[in-house]
Ligand binder design. Structure first.
Ligand SMILES: NC(=O)C1=CN([C@@H]2O[C@H](COP(=O)(O)OP(=O)(O)OC[C@H]3O[C@@H](n4cnc5c(N)ncnc54)[C@H](O)[C@@H]3O)[C@@H](O)[C@H]2O)C=CC1
Ligand SMILES: O=C(O)C(=O)COP(=O)(O)O
Length: 781
């Protein structure tokens, strides 16, 4: 059990630096759940639409703790106080869509909140509108600049890019403002690949030019002799989703396909029969070059005078990626000199390009107006290579699971639905699977970390309240005791929640996974993390979390450890956060409600005296714990539901032999802290399918659960339903309020122990037990 080694696992070690003067992130209107807002509930309450929390209403006894940071952000704080506070009337989120989106996606958005479609807005008009919007959905035609985030005045929580390329969104600004950016990375892949192939074939046979010629009354058969594709070498630059689909199709046309992509796995390319080669080899040997990389500082103008000079004379270029990856003036020169025989372009550095653009007007250039993603199927409809009826006949399934299975196995959803669901999910406080500027925490990691996430935020809140006013926090050390290997413990979420717990109560900032590190750095707060390896079962991710605040004075001397730091430690017990160490004193206090901590002489009668004071003032005590210390001292921790009046606290302070006491406000958890994680349905259905195709028939609704699935669209119900079952019955820590309890007498040994081990692998087995024919081994109440 003893700690065997200590090593730093990661660190967001920030040196105090003055915050940028003009670009302060503004606080969000705190009605959204989870990581996207400041709220008393740290984790998304699934399917809930309650948005009535106002973090600004919490009063704290501590002031001036982040003195240094606050004094340097006076302007920001005073500005923030002018922000509109949420009211019940504006609690329905507003989503602004600035470019054409498929009707199916708009329908999802309408079902969730206020939808406003305003196309062709000028930058000024967008800025004027954005402060009334919670989400913005754009395609490639809207530039979401820093000015837009500034103009949003903290209300904008998510930007949805209905497509792949996010080069039109200022990601740095979004992150600084704590605004999540999500995209729809898969729905238009096939469309873009097909357009690439369309341009390849059209260009090689002069289709566009010949079409224009014949419409102009000419018949020029000799002029438009084309080139054949079969046996020619195509270099696919960027072997990602689109590039690999282009490669697959080009091989079908009999081409020899090579690819350059510094990050693509060799195996994936080999599986398609494509050889990965160096940049020079790719451009030096290809007859056709098709561009499929993102526009980044590295790929900007990657085709330029120098690289055109390295190409085979007469090479043909296709660009369905981004105009900026080509130096367009250099391409005109290469076309004029004959190095490049032809080019087919869907994208341009400036869109739309100027009417008299030499490139667009060049006779050897075929152009389309950024149409890569523009098919009906990509934008809105489902693509179904296998008809539903065929599938249903082969595998007899409950209707509830149809949509999930089809989508998983056979369907690709349109961009509109993909982005609408991502944005709605983000507004509900879920971590999005398509987040672009937040770390992706896989669903199974999220599931097992969830109780620790609650603990982390509570420890942050507690620690900051133990700091005496006037001493600025600059350095926080977090220690995780864990039996897990470093690779098996992702602490970003825990660090973000500790940061949130420390900073939010004492400043106008709001913290989420997107901006936690940025805000900490901005406030000159250095957070370092350490791992203490313990010799025990790695079943649980973390055995305990310690928060140490260094170089500060405390208002409760008992929480200062021997090395002079404010030190607290917490553990998750039975799915609930507990305080287990205060300074050098062991305690065991459930971190719910508010907390009164007293240090007293260890003698009979103390508990009675304090209890009597609380009782006469009608303050309900929900728990009490006394920890003895050496030297005849004791620490008494009292959990109270209400916030006691100041006179009452003074009375406690006057009890003889109470040497010091502190009141800490931790807020009561409202509702059931639970987490809806995208992707669970897929895990579950995968499991069901792989083990028992009959099982979905047994997904008949269980009454206590159905109340949770009545919200939301019909379309979502199967998901919600399966999420409910999955989490209620298998996600450890989610049956916190005893809604789900195993009745051992009815346990079915064939089905495994449904509330047993909580590791991911066994969760799947547990699901089998629960979703299988005999689900009566679970009692719901
Ligand atoms: N014209 C249109 O309407 C559409 C355009 N696109 C664009 O197509 C491009 C590719 O999209 P996806 O395949 O979905 O993205 P992806 O992220 O799946 O693939 C991009 C690939 O480029 C590779 N890459 C990154 N840097 C590279 C470099 N320096 N050299 C070579 N390869 C590099 C990456 O490793 C990755 O494999 C993006 O620029 C996207 O914006 C996508 C959809 C529609
Ligand atoms: O998804 C992409 O990257 C695209 O370029 C598609 O752009 P669009 O949504 O059609 O404006």
């Amino acid at each position: 059990m003893a700690s065997s080694s200590i090593k730093a696992i990661s660190s967001s070690a920030f040196t105090a630096s003055p915050p940028p003067s003009q670009t302060k992130p503004q606080p969000s209107i705190p009605y959204l759940l989870s990581f996207l807002h400041a709220t008393s509930r740290p984790i998304s309450l699934k399917l809930s639409r309650s948005r009535s929390h106002n973090s600004h209403s919490h009063s704290f006894l501590i002031t001036n703790v982040l003195k240094k940071a606050e004094s340097s952000s006076d302007t920001y704080l005073s500005k923030s106080s002018q922000l509109p506070k949420p009211t019940s009337s504006d609690s329905t989120p507003t989503v602004l869509v600035t470019e054409k989106l498929g009707e199916a996606g708009l329908e999802v958005l309408r079902g969730f909140g206020n939808l406003e479609c305003a196309y062709n807005l000028s930058p000024e008009e967008l800025c004027a509108k954005i402060s009334t919007c919670d989400a913005l959905i754009v395609r490639s035609g809207t530039k979401v600049t820093r000015q837009v985030f500034e103009a949003a005045k903290g209300r904008l929580k998510v930007v949805g890019r209905a497509g792949v390329g996010i080069d039109n969104v200022d990601l740095q600004a979004a992150t600084e403002f704590g605004c999540l950016v999500v995209n729809a990375p898969t729905a238009n892949t096939v469309a873009a690949a097909e357009h690439g192939i369309a341009l390849l074939t059209a260009m090689s046979r002069n289709v566009a030019q010949a079409d224009a010629s014949i419409k102009a009354g000419k018949w020029q058969r000799n002029k438009y002799v084309g080139v054949s594709l079969v046996g020619k070498t195509l270099a696919v630059m960027g072997f990602g989703k689109v590039g690999s689909e282009v490669a697959r199709r080009a091989k079908g046309l009999g081409m020899h396909v090579i690819s350059h992509d510094p990050y693509a796995p060799v195996d994936r390319a080999r599986a398609v029969g494509v050889e990965l080669v160096s940049f020079e080899q790719a451009i030096g040997t290809a007859d056709f070059i098709s561009l499929h990389m993102p526009l980044t500082p590295t790929t900007s103008k990657v085709l330029n005078d120098k690289t055109f000079a390295q190409m085979k004379k007469g090479v043909r270029i296709i660009n369905v990626a981004r105009g900026g990856v080509i130096d367009e003036d250099a391409l005109v020169r290469a076309l004029d000199s004959g190095i490049v025989a032809q080019a087919a372009l869907d994208v341009f550095a400036e869109e739309p390009p100027s009417k008299d653009s030499k490139l667009v007007q060049h006779e050897n250039v075929t152009v389309t107006p950024h149409l890569g993603a523009s098919t009906k199927e990509a934008q809105a409809r489902l693509i179904s290579p296998i008809p539903i009826k065929t599938l249903s006949k082969d595998i007899s399934l409950h209707p509830l699971t149809h949509r999930i299975l089809h989508e998983m196995l056979f369907f690709q959803e349109g961009v509109a639905i993909e982005i609408a669901e991502a944005v709605v999910g983000a507004l509900k406080g879920e971590l999005s699977a398509t987040a672009v500027n937040a770390p992706m925490v896989p669903p199974e990691v999220l599931a097992e970390l969830s109780p620790y996430v609650v603990l982390a935020e509570k420890l942050g809140k507690l620690a900051v309240q133990l700091v005496a006013g006037g001493s600025g926090i600059t350095s926080v050390r977090v220690v995780y005791k864990t039996a897990r290997d470093p690779d098996d413990l992702d602490t970003r979420l825990l660090r973000a929640m500790i940061t949130k717990g420390i900073i939010e109560p004492i400043s106008a900032s709001f913290i989420n996974l997107v901006n936690a590190d940025f805000v900490a750095k901005d406030k000159g707060l250095r957070i370092t993390e350490e791992r203490v390896a313990i010799d025990s079962s790695p079943e649980f991710p973390v055995a305990s979390i310690q928060v140490h605040i260094t170089n500060v004075e405390s208002k409760f001397a008992s929480c200062v450890s021997k090395n002079g730091n404010i030190s607290i430690e917490g553990k998750v017990k039975y799915g609930k956060p507990h305080l287990t160490l205060l300074g050098s004193f062991g305690v065991d206090v459930s971190l719910e409600g508010n907390l009164i901590l007293c240090r007293q002489v260890d003698q009979p009668g103390m508990i009675g005296q304090v209890g009597k004071i609380l009782g006469t003032e009608n303050v309900n005590v929900n728990f009490m714990s006394v920890g003895r210390t050496i030297q005849k001292k004791a620490i008494m921790a009292i959990g109270v539901d209400e916030e006691p009046k100041e006179e009452l606290l003074n009375k406690i302070g006057k009890v003889p032999d109470i040497e010091e006491f502190v009141f800490l406000k931790l807020y009561k958890q409202r509702g059931r802290p639970a987490l809806r994680v995208p992707g669970c349905a897929v895990n579950l259905v995968y499991m069901v399918m792989s083990t028992n195709t009959e099982a979905p028939h047994n997904l008949s609704p269980m009454p206590p659960m159905t109340s949770h699935i009545t919200q939301g669209s019909e379309l979502c119900k199967p998901y919600m339903y399966i999420h409910e079952i999955f989490w209620e019955l298998t996600g450890f820590g989610f049956y916190r309020n005893s809604e789900v309890k195993r009745d051992r007498s009815k346990s079915n040994p064939m089905m495994g122990d449904p509330l047993g081990s909580s590791r991911v692998s066994s969760q799947k087995q547990n699901c089998e037990g629960i979703i299988g024919p005999k689900a009566d081994n679970i009692v719901l109440r």
